[in-house]
Design a binder for this molecule. Structure first.
Ligand SMILES: [Zn+2]
Length: 319
């Protein structure tokens, strides 16, 4: 192991147990892994090959909770290089500007409307934390609804971008008194060395009746993808290894391992089916006249399908 850039995880980061087995291993500088790393990061920034010398990409599976995770993971030094230089925030912002479609923002808006409606609160009374706000797109959307929005972010470049967009950046270690009604942690847990510790910390920042939304890439098919091990498969393809992306997606969840993690952190799943009367986000379809009951049904179906299609998107309350 390259101890100047990596740390070894000898227990499952999801459940904390040591009943784990190695299911794949390759030196970082070995082909085809190194070819993938070079080609992947070329359009994003500049990689530092020295950091990878002597280091290995080791995938383990937890026999208890089923989490698949990378054993040898970046330390703080490499994490900061990874999210500041290998993925250059300026290039990242430009890439998103050029590729985010209308549908992307509609999804954010729909999800936020549903959550606020479910909370049954005046938006301006809702204090929100977007943990790992990234390019602040979700944070900006919920801010547009009038909520009081705060964010955290590891990358200095992205943090500055979020602040320039009007998102208040907080350091949770410096603000013990902060309590939030809604916490969003989406596409973050898979990147963290200690996801359980982070969720336990967030539990202390959520008000007793607050809600947390957790979203991670769905690793349900990873076993089949690992049998093929096609590093050239495009991100959206069936063979894609995106959910175990080297250095970045260091935790690969399926629904069961994610639920084990959130339960351990003191959260319980909200029973979405209990929101039968949730509907009427859209009182009137702007394009077509419909009977209100019909519209209610559509809204309900959309809500359910959101959680059927993305089984690793969870809404949770404190236990
Ligand atoms: Zn485990």
């Amino acid at each position: 192991m390259n101890t100047s850039c990596f740390i070894m995880r000898n227990a499952c980061p999801g459940c904390g147990l040591k009943n784990i087995k190695t299911i794949y291993s390759s030196g970082y500088l070995e082909k085809p892994l190194f070819d993938f790393i070079k080609s992947y990061y070329a359009p994003h920034g500049t990689i530092d090959t020295d950091c990878l010398k002597g280091a290995s990409y080791i995938l383990c599976e937890c026999n208890d909770c089923g989490l698949i995770f990378q054993k040898e993971v970046p330390n703080d030094f490499l994490m900061s290089k990874l999210y500041e230089e290998w993925i250059n925030p300026k290039i990242n912002i430009e890439n998103h500007k050029n590729n985010d479609t209308l549908g992307h923002f509609i999804d954010y808006a729909h999800e936020i409307m549903r959550i606020i409606k479910m909370m049954n609160r005046i938006p301006s009374s809702i204090r929100v934390l977007d943990y790992g706000t990234g390019l602040a797109k979700w944070a900006l959307m919920i801010k547009a609804f009038g909520c009081d929005v705060y964010g955290t972010e590891i990358s200095y470049g992205k943090k500055r971008h979020a602040q320039e967009c009007g998102i208040k950046i907080v350091d949770l270690n410096d603000s013990k008194e902060s309590q939030f009604d809604l916490i969003n942690i989406d596409q973050v847990l898979e990147h963290l060395r200690e996801p359980l510790k982070t969720l336990q910390l967030l539990n202390t920042y959520l008000k007793p009746d607050g809600i947390i939304k957790v979203g991670v890439p769905n690793g349900v098919n990873i076993k089949a993808q690992l049998r093929i091990m096609d590093w050239e498969a495009p991100k959206q393809s069936k063979r894609s290894l995106h959910t175990v992306h080297p250095l970045e997606h260091i935790n690969c969840f399926n629904r069961a391992s994610l639920i084990t993690l959130v339960n351990k952190a003191g959260f319980k799943l909200l029973n979405v089916s209990s929101f039968n009367n949730f509907p009427l986000v859209f009182r009137k379809n702007p394009f077509e006249e419909r009977h209100p009951k019909h519209i209610a049904l559509i809204a309900r179906e959309e809500w359910y399908s959101n959680f059927r299609q993305y089984p690793t998107n969870l809404l949770l309350k404190r236990q």
